[in-house]
Design a protein around this ligand. Sequence first.
Ligand code: DX5
Ligand code: ZN
Length: 233
Amino acid sequence: MSVNETIKGNYAMQTKIAPSILSADFSRMGEAVGNLERAGADLIHCDVMDGSFVEPITFGGQMVKNIRPLTKLPLDVHLMIEHPKTQIKFFADAGADIITVHCEACAKISPDYLAETLQLIKSCGVKCGAVVNPSTDVQQIFPVLGICDMVLVMSVFPGYGGQKFIPSALEQLKKVRARADCVGRADLDIEVDGGITVQNAAAARQAGANVLVAGSAVFGAADMAAAIAALKA
Ligand code: DX5
Ligand code: ZN
């Protein structure tokens, strides 16, 4: 299959917008989640940071549990934590619909740790995904592609919202979409996270992403619904 056919195929997939609640006012989280759903969000992206894998600490399973009854949207939990396997049951019990884990955190522990963690997530009845940082070649997660429901390509180094999009993420997206098509996984969700704006959203989609995370671009907009519609357009 040619690259052009790959891109055409990807356009057939509906683009989903996953606003990141990292950019919300944490004292008014329930209100923020309701506003996102009414504004046309497709998933709620929950950034979990542990102060070790990344510098900041955000929240744990309790936040996910408290958000769960407030929305029908899938909760997309992005774990930026060390030793992710030890935390899966808490997020699964809290009501996560998809849990993604960084291959970098897993590689520090053992070569099989990523596959084991993904299998553990699936065994809890939750969708699973592998995440790659901008400095990690996405080919490193190809061996586990068969287990993944989603691949998350970081377009910033994780830890903070409001950073600038790193253009090399486009090559990462193209590689993973081409691989997915090649191994009969045209259904694979490919998510991109970090610095997504109305200006670069089309390029990310053309490169293969069908799920766009957006923090500042949604929460910083005067009209959230218009921002979400523009990211999808
Ligand atoms: C970064 C987080 C992102 C971030 C996105 O570590 O994983 O989800 O909140 O925020 P923006 O869209 O502002 O880059
Ligand atoms: Zn994220």
